[in-house]
Design a protein around this ligand. Structure first.
Ligand SMILES: [Zn+2]
Length: 649
């Protein structure tokens, strides 16, 4: 189906072609030929005639290397200023809906939360022809070319290739704005999807969760499940709630509403046990809206003609087939049974589906979470208290004092309305932002653990911008790689509380493995849902719900049912990312795979060596994943290292 769709778009795009715009032109070299042909592919009638195109090339193709380098410098500076100012505006506009300290968001704040400051930028840069000047002189190289030619490139050449990635498609502003709006709608839906746990009742009328407990789906529900291993009744109830959400059987009136009692087993409401009115496929309509918006973009992206290709070959820079192959290799490995056996032995019972979130491997499982929370509440009563401790946390990891202080200076901590997140700095006048949810009585351990994760993002963001040799190389290969830094930090959360150095011990290996197993399953569901959407473009929200349940059950039956039981379980479809951030989930397991390889390279290092390696890696910048791995650890992306670690025990 994907190949068929691609063919259709390409032939439609070709019907109007007469002789090429560059007919009769002479190319000084391969780069010029590449640049001219790529510029011609995006040139439209309104941009000028064939003669005007050729005159434009004559006027703007750099004649000398000095001219070309000067152009590169100018364009890099322009890119930074455009990115940065658009980002600063977005940050300001989103504050009321994203942060707690900006008052209650008004209706117009919610509307503006879907506004994209850069939606018209591409149009403008094509209109004033800066885009064409860029393409002409700094053409695009495909993923395959980057992975082969790129192994021999200098830093300058890599930076030029990244400049060549900026203008590869020409999507009209209204199409981009529509996508931004549908994503924001889904985000707002997810950010308010709370379950009032104190209103849940067992069938015999008992309340299992404390008064006032309100949990955001799916993050808080999952995290509560993780800490309820001494209370199986609570876990079973959360599992039941999750299934009601995925199947869209949840009564609409119990969502984010603490006025209604809900019996999730019989799915009735109020003390009279009345059947509630179900939430009518809103969850799936949000996904469908995003799909339709993505589809509208397809014809404008000749090199990457659907959302799946744009996500994997474009954003992640690993083809979807390769990602799936890596995931299936781990999911179907014998090691799954070995680790499942470990969990079973520890629990002393048969496994249940929600044991995909078994949390007993971490070092902290031996520690009392209430005690840890007491400590974190005292240390971090508010965001500022956390912000002030960042430098000393970095020296704890091995960073030199001045270096740690310099990095910390570029990070601000802010109180999040939804779940915690990191907001990167994209220009040299911006800080990286750590957003965290802190209760009135301070940061509990769960919140602290997430904050440390987000701080890992922020530190990478600061190093890969402020310590980067080329602006065009800022960042890391893909989002999964940003998670590696977050994991490296999160994995050392107790060390940062003063409990001694943490390394990847056997418990951590099991933990990482089980985490990969779980999220690879969730990712496969997400990926297969999008393949299904492109194969069924006319589907309704109800069709999508049915298909998602089938896909989730199929992935479950293939890779999870053999060790966790319960045929046709649909739990893997609970992740909120599937609703507001399509195909983002595969980034996490990719991040886990890389993180595991990096952890191996860090094993046995002194604190100073640790910080040195860390900084060297995150100064490599936005190479492709393959090339980055070669330069960082002299290897390729592989699940074999983690599989070997489990086998050898
Ligand atoms: Zn993260």
């Amino acid at each position: 189906m994907m190949a068929g769709l691609m063919m259709m778009i390409m032939t439609t795009g070709c019907t109007k072609q007469t002789s090429p715009l560059y007919e009769g032109m002479e190319f000084a070299d391969e780069r010029m030929e590449r640049g001219v042909k790529q510029a011609a592919a995006l040139w439209r009638e309104e941009d000028g005639t064939k003669e005007e195109f050729q005159a434009f090339v004559d006027a703007h193709y750099a004649k000398t290397e000095e001219e070309r380098l000067a152009l590169f410098e100018s364009l890099s500076r322009i890119m930074e200023k455009l990115n940065e100012s658009a980002d600063m505006l977005t940050v300001e506009l989103l504050k009321p809906t994203q942060l707690m300290n900006c008052g209650e968001p008004t209706e117009v704040d919610w509307i503006m939360s879907g506004y994209s400051a850069s939606a018209h930028m591409m149009d403008d840069l094509f209109a004033n022809k800066v885009a064409f000047i860029t393409i002409l002189n700094f053409p695009y190289y495909s993923l395959e070319e980057k992975n082969t030619l790129g192994t021999q490139w200098t830093r300058q050449q890599w930076a030029e290739a990244r400049l060549g990635d900026v203008f590869t498609e020409r999507v009209p502003a209204n199409v981009q704005a529509l996508l931004a709006q549908t994503l924001a709608n889904a985000e707002n839906y997810i950010a308010d999807y709370n379950i009032c746990m104190d209103k849940l009742r067992t069938e015999d009328g008992r309340q299992l969760f404390p008064d006032g407990m309100k949990l955001l789906s799916h993050w808080n529900l999952r995290d509560e499940l993780k800490v309820d291993y001494d209370a199986p009744e609570k876990q079973e109830m959360i599992y039941q709630v999750m299934q009601r959400i995925v199947r869209q059987e949840i009564p609409e009136e119990v969502i984010n509403n603490d006025n209604v009692i809900w019996y999730p087993y019989s799915n009735t409401v109020t003390s009279d046990h009345i059947p509630g009115e179900r939430e009518a496929d809103v969850r799936y309509q949000k996904i469908l809206d995003i799909f339709h918006a993505m589809q509208q973009m397809d014809p404008y992206c000749p090199n990457k003609p659907n959302a799946i290709i744009r996500n994997f070959e474009g954003d992640i820079e690993i083809p979807a087939e390769e990602v799936e192959r890596l995931f299936v290799e781990l999911l179907s490995s014998e090691q799954v049974r070995i680790v499942a056996q470990q969990i079973k032995a520890r629990l002393g019972r048969e496994l249940r589906p929600y044991d995909i979130w078994f949390d007993g491997f971490k070092a902290r499982s031996g520690m009392n979470e209430d005690q840890l929370s007491e400590q974190t509440r005292q240390l971090y009563p508010n965001p500022l208290a956390y912000e002030k401790k960042i430098a000393s946390m970095l020296t704890n990891l091995g960073f030199q004092k001045e270096n740690a202080e310099e990095i910390a200076r570029h990070i601000v901590v802010e109180p999040a309305r939804g779940s915690g997140h990191a907001w990167p700095c994209v220009g040299h006048n911006e800080p990286a932002r750590l957003r965290t949810r802190i209760a009135a009585d301070g940061m509990d351990y769960k919140g602290y653990n997430i904050a440390v994760h987000e701080m890992g993002h922020n530190v990478e963001e600061v190093i890969s911008l402020y310590k980067m040799d080329y602006y065009m190389l800022r960042g890391i290969p893909n989002t999964g790689f940003t998670e590696t830094s977050a994991f490296l930090f999160q994995h050392r959360d107790l060390q940062l509380l003063g409990y001694g150095r943490q390394e990847m011990d056997q418990e951590a290996v099991y933990d990482a493995f089980w985490g990969m197993y779980e999220i690879m399953g969730v990712s496969l569901v997400d990926m297969h849902v999008w393949q299904w959407l492109y194969a069924h473009p006319k589907a309704s929200a109800a069709d999508l719900r049915k298909a998602t349940l089938e896909i989730a059950a199929e992935v479950w039956n293939n890779y999870f049912e053999p060790v966790l039981g319960e045929k046709d379980c649909i739990l893997l479809a609970i992740y909120s990312h599937m609703v507001n951030c399509p195909m983002y989930l595969p980034n996490y397991p990719i991040g886990h795979i890389v993180q595991f390889q990096l952890e191996e390279a860090l094993a046995g290092t002194s604190p100073a060596e640790w910080a040195e390696k860390y900084e060297r890696w995150y100064r490599l910048g936005r190479l492709t994943p393959n090339v980055w791995m070669q330069q960082a650890v002299d290897g390729e992306l592989s699940v074999q290292p983690v599989l070997r670690r489990i086998q050898s025990n």
